[in-house]
Ligand binder design. Structure first.
Ligand SMILES: [Ca+2]
Ligand SMILES: [Ca+2]
Ligand SMILES: [Ca+2]
Ligand SMILES: [Ca+2]
Length: 317
């Protein structure tokens, strides 16, 4: 999580089961998008089922006005980490190729929030509690939506923006800045045109997020949703040192937690993968950049493990 699952209730009595894990007290936002956006024939009916596979903990048929789509805000009832199941089916037991849906799953505290304009500068940024779920628009040209949050050093911060998925006209970009406006990281396109990233926060304190349309064009159909959350950063890689030649050519990234399995951890320069290799005898502490790459002050290096976990941002200065 967060995740969007594209599914279909394909035949009569079809039930789609999904598993997720949640910590006690965590609020999981479970939403079916079917007739509202996709004109689906589905009259969704969803259940949250306990780890025994039998006990229904929550259910919903129709949640939204003038829609048959379902929504549950599930609060994990048991302390510790535990597996739960979601079942998605059709209320009338029907199904077929005209019964598509998207299941959106995210960790977010109630209530859902809506951006408050003006929010184009840091002094009037919207507060984004962690974890939360926002709706925003990019309805005028060059609209900039700034959010702020309080983060803790070593936590893995996750931001996910959905727009294209729901036929928005927007091509969103999301960027992370420090408390002085210094650029830390950013992504334009991850899932199609929609950005998402996770990153280990380098300090405890105030951070800013900027969301805008890559084209600079606004319209009444340029809308987006944003989910911000954190996870433990314990399994994420960490950068603590760079090795250069001729002062500016990056040759090696050092740190801990670089996984050497499969294709191995790799390095990125300003969100673009660079040719890099785990050092064979030091698989967890060094990544070679070969050939070396020219860098400039302010460039950002991160390391990504095969499971997608990203390190803290290493700023070149
Ligand atoms: Ca329904
Ligand atoms: Ca806006
Ligand atoms: Ca704005
Ligand atoms: Ca984009």
């Amino acid at each position: 999580m967060p995740v969007n699952v594209v599914g279909e209730v394909s035949f009569e009595e079809d039930i789609d089961f999904f598993a997720f894990t949640a910590e006690g007290g965590e609020q999981v936002r479970i939403e079916i998008i079917a007739d509202r956006i996709f004109g689906s024939s589905l009259d969704s009916l969803i259940y949250v089922i306990d780890e025994d596979g039998e006990t229904t903990l929550a259910t919903n048929d129709d949640f939204f006005d003038e829609s048959r789509d379902s929504f549950i805000r599930f609060v994990a009832p048991v302390s510790g980490n535990r597996v739960y199941f979601i079942a998605v089916t059709d209320f009338g037991g029907l199904g077929g190729s005209t019964f598509p849906y998207v299941l959106n799953l995210a960790i977010a505290d109630a209530p859902d929030r809506v951006e408050v304009e003006p929010n184009d500068t840091t002094p009037n940024a919207d507060e984004a509690p962690i974890p939360s779920f926002f709706f925003g628009d990019s309805d005028i040209n060059d609209d900039l939506d700034i959010y702020f949050f309080e983060g803790f050093a070593g936590e893995a911060f996750i931001v996910d923006i959905d727009a294209e998925l729901f036929f928005s006209a927007m091509d969103p970009v999301v960027e992370l800045y420090d408390d002085t406006g210094g650029y830390l990281f950013g992504v334009d396109d991850a899932d199609g045109l929609d950005p998402r990233f996770n990153i280990v926060l380098p300090y405890t304190g105030l951070y800013f997020l900027a969301v805008y349309d890559a084209t600079g064009l606004g319209s009444s159909s340029s809308y987006y949703s944003m989910n911000v959350s954190v996870q433990s950063g314990a399994l994420a890689p960490r950068i603590d040192f760079f090795k250069f030649v001729n002062f500016t050519v990056l040759k090696q990234v050092r740190g801990i937690g670089f996984v050497n399995a499969g294709d191995g951890a790799y390095a990125e320069l300003n969100s673009v993968e660079i040719r890099s290799f785990n050092a064979p005898r030091k698989p967890t502490t060094a990544i070679k950049v070969k050939p070396g790459v020219e860098t400039e002050d302010g460039d950002v290096v991160t390391v990504v493990n095969p499971d997608g976990r990203r390190s803290n941002p290493g700023i070149i200065d």
